[in-house]
Write a protein that binds this ligand. Sequence first.
Ligand SMILES: NC(=O)c1ccc[n+]([C@@H]2O[C@H](COP(=O)([O-])OP(=O)(O)OC[C@H]3O[C@@H](n4cnc5c(N)ncnc54)[C@H](O)[C@@H]3O)[C@@H](O)[C@H]2O)c1
Length: 360
Amino acid sequence: MDVFASTEGPESDGHEQVVFCQDKQTGLKAIIAIYSTALGPALGGTRFYPYATEAEALHDVLDLSRGMAYKNALAGLDLGGGKAVIWGDPDRIKSEPLLRAYGRFVESLAGRYYTACDVGTYVADMDLVARETRYVTGRSVEHGGAGDSSVLTAWGVFQGMRAAAEHAWGSPTLAGRRVGVAGLGKVGKHLTGHLVDDGASVVATDVNEAALAWVRQAYPQVDVVSDATALISSDIDVYAPCALGGALDDTTVPALRASVVVGAANNQLAHPGIEKVLADRGILYAPDYVVNAGGVIQVADEIEGFNFERAKLRATRIYDTTRQILQLADAEGVPPAVAADRLAERRMAEVGRLRSIHLR
Ligand SMILES: NC(=O)c1ccc[n+]([C@@H]2O[C@H](COP(=O)([O-])OP(=O)(O)OC[C@H]3O[C@@H](n4cnc5c(N)ncnc54)[C@H](O)[C@@H]3O)[C@@H](O)[C@H]2O)c1
């Protein structure tokens, strides 16, 4: 496998560092990828997932770590981008020794990489990792951690949606708009609450019956539809993908009735070029990594000693960042996804360059 070649895509400067970690006794096989430390230590979660092949695990970690560099840059954090994957089935191999072995590898990077939760890892796991390394966030509240990051993720998505509403209709509110929420998980639930409080009418869907039962009980005024296909073809103003990645593809985009898309899900654009299809249809898309940065803002705050109000204030600024990106997109005649990338690259270059001013 050629790691150097696979980090040199046309849009990539390549990763700074990719570390393979193995501990045979515990079954640990992990890859830590640091895309950039231009703005500070790389921060990104650890995904614990049964990839079919090592190549698939490597591909995912390279992709995700690059995405974190852009997300952290636009979140205004002094943090670079990194990510880690542990290759294996967490239900079968996750154990205290494995997580602690992993923690020792994180420690070995001496602060170039901070880890956190991701798919397959939870706050209790980070508490174990933290017994071997200082460079971990996403810990439990009892250990000074930020707790459930979906709280500020949803808050940030709501702020991004307010900015998109202002751009589309002139006023930063969802009052009187119909919003379709696909996925009533941790983020979707909080988001539904913010939307209802703001005076929006909400229609929602989920594949999980318990999630639907929750919304019927908590918010009886929310309409429920059978699936995401029914949701996107219903009469909605805003579509909020809050389930899995790839929600915007060659089938869904032509069927979409909404004129604005803002949601929590990571990697909503199924393939490069789909942002152009959205723009050509006149659909305003607020880039996922901009609006869903509230979670990383929440856990990053742990590095300073967690303060919810400070983190919330920072997540509230997602409104300003989204606004700026939508304006830049108009000014430069490019889709917002392209404008967001440009802004992130500008911050990495301009602020990152300051490190060339020598300090003792
Ligand atoms: N939790 C965070 O802090 C955070 C931060 C940034 C991004 N995200 C992203 O936001 C999304 C939601 O995160 P979460 O923490 O709420 O996850 P979650 O697992 O709690 O919720 C996801 C929900 O989507 C539902 N779902 C799955 N497939 C579906 C489908 N085809 N149609 C409708 N519903 C479906 C699931 O049943 C579940 O209720 C994910 O893409 C995640 O990567 C989350």
